[in-house]
Design a protein. Structure first.
Length: 131
């Protein structure tokens, strides 16, 4: 129930095959993956994810996070460490759409304004935010 892929360059076709091969993944770690953004769309096939780690992976855009927020409602741990595309607007979407979220790691996300982060922490007190 736990799939780990790290430190790789993966094209969309291979990523699609990998994510389709495994059913009922609960924890998915795609760490330091270099790929085109469309490679990550197949994450949304895994509706039962409770942990998703996309730390330092390149190709993650806000649209992917949006699709995951719609299709993977059970995520409790979301690690987006060092994601340069994550900004205040997508942070607000994450905090409001991931209803099961307990831990959000956004350390190294340089586009997030500290003043907004303080407001988000005050609004979403049930979510531990690592920044």
């Amino acid at each position: 129930n736990h799939l780990i892929i790290k430190d790789n360059i993966i094209n969309a076709k291979l990523m699609s095959r990998i994510l389709k091969k495994y059913n009922n993944i609960k924890e998915l770690d795609l760490v330091n993956i270099d790929s085109f953004w469309s490679s990550f769309i197949n994450i949304t096939r895994h509706k039962n994810l409770v942990k998703l780690n996309l730390a330092s992976s390149r190709g993650i855009i806000n649209y992917i996070i949006f699709l995951i927020s719609i299709n993977c409602p059970n995520i409790q741990i979301l690690i987006l460490k060092n994601q340069t595309a994550i900004n205040n607007s997508i942070l607000e979407l994450i905090l409001s759409k991931f209803n099961s979220l307990k831990l959000l790691d956004i350390r190294g996300c340089i586009k997030i304004e500290e003043i907004d982060l303080i407001n988000f922490k005050n609004t979403y007190k049930n979510i531990k935010i690592l920044y």
